[in-house]
Design a protein around this ligand. Structure first.
Ligand SMILES: *Cc1c(COP(=O)(O)O)cnc(C)c1O
Length: 450
């Protein structure tokens, strides 16, 4: 029998996170205050985040201990399995070996609890009573709701209105974990009211929901803010994915030639690839590929510049690939990939040509997703389908070049809450939404002058 699953014992859960900041080839650009445009310090972030998180955000220590209390919760589903995708390989007729790390076994169905749990923990030990956050498709909101329930914290979720209406099951999941969920823009914050005044029918965006959650945290003493992607500490927490993957590949005597992840804010991609950065810097031939939707092509068509993390301009300015903070992504089903910006760490590594980026259309990714479902069985999250499409294209390249490379992709989550999107695909109601050059010019013209 062929071995499909490479399984680590529970005692092999990583005990430390890997911090790529210790090994970045060049120093990064500091985040700036949105008002003064001067570099910010820990004191500026203190209204939003507890101190242990702020310390991790700026830390350059290579290995950071994972607290026992966090490991205890992570062990509910970690280590996660690494699969050899024999069936997919056969279906596309590639000589390549394709592996996928499956993060969908987590309680809320994606990689996001890997950071939600430590964030809730550090808030708990710092005296926080409530966490405010935003969610797009609902993956992050569900993960944080679960984590807050584990550590006895209240949780308020500003959910992008279009998703709130389209994805009632995600809302129900968050409410089951005990969270309060509101459709953003709301009329409970100044940011939300400002947007509604301009456009009463606004269906919301991640940028707007972030503004609301940040304002909520900044104006309540017992409340902090939490972000599920983009920031350095989030990528740090996600490195358990790549650290486990490395061990699993060693167990079967493999070395990755290509690592692939879908990229929204960069956390599941970073989680997979960052632990391999020292190998690459040490001379190992290993490609890292970020896959994004052509409807929100931040890395492939955006610019590398300082921009606001949110729509209203309350969040710090960070240097990243961006489509402009006024960018309104088309209503594609990969809600987690609809952010105008990207992780500063991933952006820098793309800028320095350590990581490559490609974009695929919605229809192409759903085609890849259904091939994966029919062959490997798991119905993937629409976000993860981008990584699958990336892996299939690499597999086809290996066929053309007659190479038997080892391709590893991150299957960041399952799609069992996204079935209406599959319904639309099956009924041929899904369309490709491309970003026009004019629209891009308009949103990039509004970038802040730094
Ligand atoms: C949120 C999400 C993503 C995109 O976010 P990243 O921070 O880029 O990882 C990808 N896949 C799934 C399943 C998600 O929930």
């Amino acid at each position: 029998m062929k071995e499909r699953k490479i399984i680590l014992a529970e005692r092999e859960i990583p005990r430390k996170w890997y911090n790529v900041m210790a090994d970045m080839p060049n120093p990064g650009s500091p985040p700036l205050h949105p008002g003064t445009k001067q570099p910010i310090g820990p004191a500026d972030l203190a209204p939003l985040f507890p101190m242990p998180i702020i310390e991790q955000e700026v830390s350059t220590q290579r290995w950071i201990d994972i607290p026992e209390e966090v490991l205890d919760v992570l062990s509910l589903w970690r280590p996660t399995p690494l699969f050899r995708a024999y069936n997919l390989e056969k279906a596309i007729g590639t000589p390549a070996k394709i592996f996928y790390k499956y993060e969908g076994v987590a309680p809320s169905g994606s990689h996001k609890p890997n950071t939600a749990v430590p964030q809730a923990y550090y808030n708990k030990i710092s005296g926080t009573k409530r966490i405010a956050t935003e969610t797009g498709a609902g993956q992050w909101g569900s993960a944080l709701s679960f984590a807050c329930a584990k550590f006895g914290l209240e949780c308020t979720v500003y959910m992008v209105k279009v998703s709130f209406q389209q994805k009632p099951y995600r809302r129900i999941m968050m409410e089951t974990y005990g969270s309060k969920v509101m459709a953003s823009p709301t009329n409970t914050t100044n940011s939300g009211r400002k947007i509604l005044e301009q456009n009463p029918d606004s269906t919301g965006s991640l940028g707007i929901a972030i503004s609301e959650a940040v304002e909520d945290a900044a104006t309540h003493d017992d409340t902090k803010y939490s972000l599920g992607s983009v920031l350095n500490h989030v990528l740090l927490h996600q490195t358990v994915i790549g650290l486990e993957t490395k061990k699993q590949l060693e167990m079967v005597g493999e070395k990755a030639d290509v690592l692939i992840g879908a990229c929204g804010g960069g956390s599941n991609l970073g989680g997979l690839v960052l632990p391999f950065v020292p190998d690459k810097l040490g001379g190992q031939k290993i490609r890292m590929v970020a896959v994004e939707p052509s409807a929100c092509p931040t890395l492939t068509r955006g610019v590398y510049a300082y921009d606001f993390g949110d729509t209203v301009g309350l969040a710090p300015l960070v240097k990243m690939y961006t489509l402009g903070s006024q960018f309104m992504p088309a209503g594609i089903h990969a809600g987690g990939l609809r952010y105008h910006g990207d992780s500063p760490l991933i952006s820098q590594l793309v800028h320095e040509k350590m990581i490559e980026a490609v974009a695929f259309s919605q229809l192409d990714t759903f085609e890849a997703a259904t091939l994966f479902a029919k062959t490997e069985g798991i119905i993937p999250a629409p976000e993860s389908a981008h990584a699958i499409k990336g892996a299939i294209e690499e597999g086809k390249r290996c066929s053309r070049e007659n190479k038997s490379e080892t391709i590893v992709f991150n299957l960041s989550g399952h799609g069992y809450f996204d079935l209406s999107a599959y319904d639309d695909f099956t009924n041929r109601e899904l369309v490709d939404l491309k970003l026009s050059e004019d629209e891009l010019k308009r949103t990039l013209a509004a970038l802040p002058q730094i």
